[in-house]
Design a protein around this ligand. Structure first.
Ligand code: ACO
Length: 399
C-alpha cells in the first residue's frame, strides 16, 4: 500500500464534499422522475400512478408504452394513431438484415440486438433531439423495429431468411409470428403482451440508469437504447432469466431444491432470479408471471421445471426470506417464455423489446431537465511519480 492514498483520500473526500460513498449508488437519488414508483416493502409497483397489475390485466403493451412515454393513457384516437405508426415502421432496411447476416450465428442475440439498435442511428439524423416530431418518430421506430431485428437474427442464425411483419397482426402476435414463422395462438400472444407490460419499466435500474447517463450527453436515442441493451445483458440484471432456467435444470428435481440451496448458500453462490435492490418481499411482477405461467400450463401442458421452481421458492423462504431475498421478475419469466416456444437465449432480448418503452420514457424525461451525469470518485491510485526508462524499471516484489 506504500505510496497509495486510499484511506487518506477517502477521508478527505468525505470532509470536503460532505457526501457519503455508497457502492452501487444504493440509496442515492440521482434524478427526479414521474414515471414509475416502487414500494419495496409493500411490493407495489405503479407506472404513472397506475398499478402494474391493473395494466397487465386490462392494457396492451402499446397502450402502456404510450402511457409511460407521454404520461397519460391515450384517447382511442391517439392509440389508433400510435398503433398505426408502429405498424407502418416495423420493417427494417435490407441493409440491417444484411448486417445481421454477417454476424456469427453462434453470437449471443443480445449482442446482435445491441449492434443493430445502434445501427439505426446511421439511418436517421442525430441532431434533432429538440424537435418533437423527431422524438415521436424515434420512439415509433425503436418500438416498431426492435422486435423485427430480434426475430430476424433468430431466423438468420437458423439458416432461414427473415420474414416480413404482417400488417393484420397486433404487436405481440406479429413478433411471435416473425419469430416462429407459424400462425400464433391468441392466448399465447396475449400472455406475451402481458409479459411485455410487466417488464416495460422499473425506475432507475442499471440499464435505465445507463440510458439516462447516455441521454444526458445529448446523443441520439439509438445510442441511448444500444447502451441500455448492453447493460441489460448482464447476469445480475436482465440476463438472469436465462441463468434461472440453467439453474432449474441443474437442480433437476423438486426434491433436490433444499440440498442445492444449502450448498449454494454455503459457497456464497447467488440464487438466480432471487433478490432485488428495491424489494424486501416477493416482486409483484414475479407473482403475476407465476399466474401467467399457470395459465399457459393449463392450456398447453405442464413443465416439470415449474415444479422445481416452486419447490426452490418454498425452500428458499426459510433460508433467504429472513434477509428479504425473494423471487424477482426473472424467476418465473423464463418458464413463461419457454412455454411460448421462445429459445432460452432470446429471453433477455424479449425483455429488451419491452424495456425499450421505459428507456425511452426516461430519455424524454432526461432531456426535459438535462444536466450531464458526471459523478466524482475517491482516488486510490499512486501518488504523482515520474516516467522511468524501461531499463531502469524494477519488477515489483508482489507481481
Ligand atoms: N442469492 C443468494 N444470496 C443473495 C442473493 C441471491 N440471489 N441476492 C442477494 N443475496 C445476498 C448477498 O449474498 C448478500 O449477502 P451478505 O450481506 O451476507 O454478503 C446480500 O444478500 C446483499 O446482496 P447484494 O448482491 O449486495 O445486493 P444488491 O442489492 O447489490 O444486488 C441483485 C441485487 C444484483 C439483484 C442480487 O440480489 C443478485 O445478484 N441476484 C441474483 C441475480 C438476479 O436475479 N438478477 C436479476 C435482478 S432483477 C432485474 O435486474 C431485472
Amino acid at each position: 500500500m506504500d505510496g497509495f492514498r486510499k484511506g487518506q483520500n477517502e477521508e478527505m473526500s468525505h470532509e470536503s464534499t460532505g457526501n457519503l460513498f455508497s457502492p452501487g449508488l444504493e440509496g442515492v437519488p440521482v434524478t427526479h422522475s414521474a414515471i414509475c414508483d416502487i414500494d419495496g416493502l409493500k411490493g407495489s409497483l405503479t407506472y404513472r400512478g397506475y398499478p402494474v397489475a391493473e395494466l397487465a390485466a386490462h392494457s396492451t403493451f402499446l397502450e402502456t408504452t404510450y402511457l409511460l412515454i407521454w404520461g397519460q393513457l391515450p384517447t382511442p384516437q391517439q392509440l389508433r394513431d400510435f398503433e398505426g405508426e408502429v405498424q407502418m415502421h416495423r420493417r427494417v432496411s435490407f441493409r440491417v438484415r444484411d448486417m445481421l447476416k454477417c454476424f456469427p450465428a453462434t453470437g449471443h442475440p443480445m449482442d446482435a440486438l445491441q449492434a443493430s439498435a445502434a445501427s439505426l442511428g446511421l439511418f436517421y439524423s442525430r441532431r434533432a433531439i429538440d424537435n418533437p416530431q423527431y422524438v415521436y418518430d424515434a420512439v415509433v421506430r425503436l418500438i416498431a423495429k426492435i422486435p423485427t431485428m430480434v426475430a430476424a437474427f433468430q431466423l438468420i442464425r437458423k439458416g432461414q431468411d427473415p420474414i416480413q411483419p404482417r400488417d393484420d397482426l397486433a404487436y405481440s402476435d406479429n413478433f411471435l409470428y416473425m419469430l416462429t414463422d407459424r400462425e400464433v395462438d391468441p392466448l399465447a400472444a396475449r400472455i406475451l403482451d402481458r409479459c411485455l407490460i410487466l417488464h416495460a419499466e422499473h425506475s432507475l435500474n442499471a440499464s435505465t440508469f445507463s440510458a439516462r447517463v447516455t441521454a444526458s450527453t445529448l446523443t441520439d436515442p439509438y445510442a441511448v437504447v444500444a447502451s441500455a441493451v448492453g447493460t441489460l445483458a448482464g447476469p445480475l440484471h436482465g440476463g438472469a432469466n436465462e441463468d434461472v432456467l440453467l439453474m432449474l435444470e441443474e437442480i433437476g428435481n423438486p426434491d433436490c431444491a433444499g440440498v442445492f440451496l444449502d450448498k449454494a448458500i454455503s459457497s456464497k453462490r447467488k440464487i438466480m432470479g432471487f433478490g432485488h435492490r428495491e424489494y424486501r418481499v416477493k416482486d409483484p411482477r414475479a407473482s403475476i408471471l407465476q399466474g401467467l405461467a399457470e395459465e399457459l400450463f393449463a392450456r398447453f401442458g405442464k413443465d416439470h421445471m415449474y415444479e422445481v421452481a416452486k419447490s426452490l421458492e418454498n425452500e428458499a423462504e426459510s433460508r433467504l426470506g429472513p434477509k428479504g431475498i425473494f423471487p424477482n421478475v426473472d424467476f418465473y419469466s423464463g418458464l413463461v417464455y419457454r412455454k411460448l416456444g421462445i429459445p432460452r437465449d432470446l429471453f433477455t432480448p424479449v425483455f429488451a423489446i419491452s424495456r425499450v418503452a421505459g428507456w425511452l420514457a426516461h430519455w424524454r424525461e432526461q432531456l426535459g431537465a438535462n444536466r450531464i451525469f458526471r459523478p466524482s470518485q475517491i482516488y486510490t491510485g499512486p501518488e504523482p511519480r515520474s516516467w522511468t526508462p524501461p531499463e531502469e524499471r524494477i519488477e515489483p516484489l508482489d507481481s
